[in-house]
Design a protein around this ligand. Structure first.
Ligand code: FES
Length: 126
């Protein structure tokens, strides 16, 4: 059963960057997309690594999260995988190499969580 967990104030997440926070004991990412907050597990479905800590740095543009390890991209609102292992550490590699970089793992989505706002506070259902 989902648990509703306060993650902070709306103002804390309104700067357009991707935030890594904990909801209960679960690491999540939170970002603002078209005026609404969205959240997902801070766990890349490729190798389970952090989406906010890695050699490529945190990358978040127009609702798209890019993994700092092998550059896979995801829609933060839906979790959909948009590109799978196209490079390394923020650098694009030749397209033929993406299957090698994938290490046999198939494309998979992020785990997303609903975000609700009550007054000035933001909550995720996790
Ligand atoms: S760990 Fe994220 S793309 Fe490899």
């Amino acid at each position: 059963m989902a648990e509703k967990v306060r993650i902070g104030t709306v103002a804390e997440f309104s700067d357009g960057t991707l935030h890594g926070v904990k909801a209960g004991g679960t690491p999540i990412i939170v970002g603002l997309v078209d005026g609404s907050l969205h959240a997902a597990r801070n766990h890349c479905p490729h190798l389970g690594l952090s989406l906010t800590t890695g050699p490529g740095g945190t990358r978040f543009t127009d609702g798209t999260v890019q993994c700092p390890w092998h550059n896979s991209t995801f829609n933060l609102c839906t979790g959909e995988n948009l590109d799978w292992t196209p490079g390394f550490a923020g650098r694009t590699m030749p397209r033929w190499s993406s299957k090698l970089i994938a290490l046999g793992k198939k494309p998979a989505p992020l785990t997303v969580y609903p975000v609700t706002v009550e007054g000035e506070d933001a909550f995720v259902e996790i």
